[in-house]
Design a protein around this ligand. Structure first.
Ligand code: SAM
Ligand code: SF4
Length: 315
């Protein structure tokens, strides 16, 4: 059977109001020029084409997507596209107190919030910001406006936040959040081997305190899910390995309009260029289809040595 893609991640910007030390350098980053970034109209045109090819789920990411002005207007446009069933957002959460309500009204259904420490001082040293309480408020706001589910993403790093693993489980259980622990991926030039902790180790730490039972429905995402017996919560573990590549159904559109069939791919297909050259939709659709059909055969190993800042592609 022919491969059918259904999920597209849209990175809206390479800019961010945080400087998580493992994701963006504190200074010296060359931002992409604004005229190279896709406009909302270009994004909508591309999504129309993808919807015709079978894409039903969109995830908005960045950089920090909430620093993009009028995001609710984009969500509304995308929600109005036939066949788009579901729009979600990955965010650092700091601007949710301001924007959550408007985004919910515009048609956003789900949010993933990234948070790597439950301690204010450590949060500051990871993100280089004082936004800890804003993020806490953002989590509360996401729950209050009714995003369903609200997920919490934690990149686990040895010697940094591995002492908080079980605190995160308690925190998530108490609020009904789905918690996902993410293995620190090597893809970035900011990766450090001394911080790497295998996700199996993270799971073992959880199992010392919580009884985990493999969840029946693991979906098609990268996480392996487990039910926490006490409290009835759900816990996911995300690892970068070839097994994960086999399950991966993610397509990515960078903020400059490159289609990537793998996070690790160094150069994608320049869709913005086709739009500005006036190539017609039928032709663009054929070009996209040819690229997407290559996806089942790729694994991250093909581009393993490429190094990019994750903020520039969207995690
Ligand atoms: N700014 C938003 C946020 O932080 O959620 C969206 C973009 S961020 C690049 C998306 C996700 O990628 C975050 O959960 C972040 O923690 C994760 N990430 C960044 N660098 C990573 C790395 N080297 N390994 C694993 N996850 C990483
Ligand atoms: Fe910004 Fe998200 Fe990267 Fe942190 S992980 S620097 S919040 S893009």
């Amino acid at each position: 059977m022919e491969y059918q893609a259904s999920y597209l991640r849209l990175s809206l910007t390479d800019r961010c109001n945080f400087r998580c030390f493992y994701c963006m350098p504190e200074a010296g980053i060359q931002y992409i020029r604004r005229n190279e970034v896709l406009s909302f109209e270009e994004i909508a045109k591309i999504v129309h084409i993808f919807a015709a090819l079978g894409i039903k789920h969109l995830r908005i990411t960045g950089g920090e997507p909430l620093v993009r002005k009028d995001l609710d207007r984009l969500v509304e446009i995308l929600a109005g596209i036939d066949d788009i069933e579901d729009i979600s957002l990955t965010t650092n959460g700091s601007l949710l107190p301001i924007y959550a309500e408007g985004l919910k009204g515009a048609g956003l259904k789900r949010v993933n919030i990234s948070l790597d420490s439950l301690k204010q001082d450590k949060f500051r040293s990871i993100t280089k910001t004082n936004a800890f309480y804003q993020v806490m408020e953002g989590i509360d706001k996401a729950i209050e406006v009714g995003f369903q589910p609200v997920k919490l993403n934690v990149v686990v790093m040895g010697g940094i936040n591995d002492d908080e693993i079980n605190d995160f489980v308690d925190f998530a259980l108490a609020r009904g959040l789905i918690l996902r622990f993410i293995e620190f991926m090597r893809i970035t030039p900011l990766w450090r081997s001394d911080y790497f902790i295998p996700i199996e180790e993270v799971k073992r730490i959880c199992e010392k305190r919580f009884k985990l039972r493999e969840a029946g429905d693991n979906g098609f995402g990268p996480a392996r899910y487990f039910e926490v017996e006490r409290g009835g919560g759900r816990l996911g573990f995300i690892k970068t390995d070839e097994e994960n590549c086999k399950r991966c159904c993610r397509l990515r559109l960078t903020c400059t309009g490159e289609l990537k069939i793998c996070l690790f791919e160094n150069r994608g297909l320049a869709l913005k260029h086709f739009l500005s050259e006036g190539v017609d939709d039928e032709q663009i659709m054929k070009i996209i289809k040819a690229k997407v059909l290559m996806k089942p055969d790729v694994t991250y190993k093909k581009w393993e040595t490429s190094k990019i800042y994750i903020s520039q592609i969207g995690g």
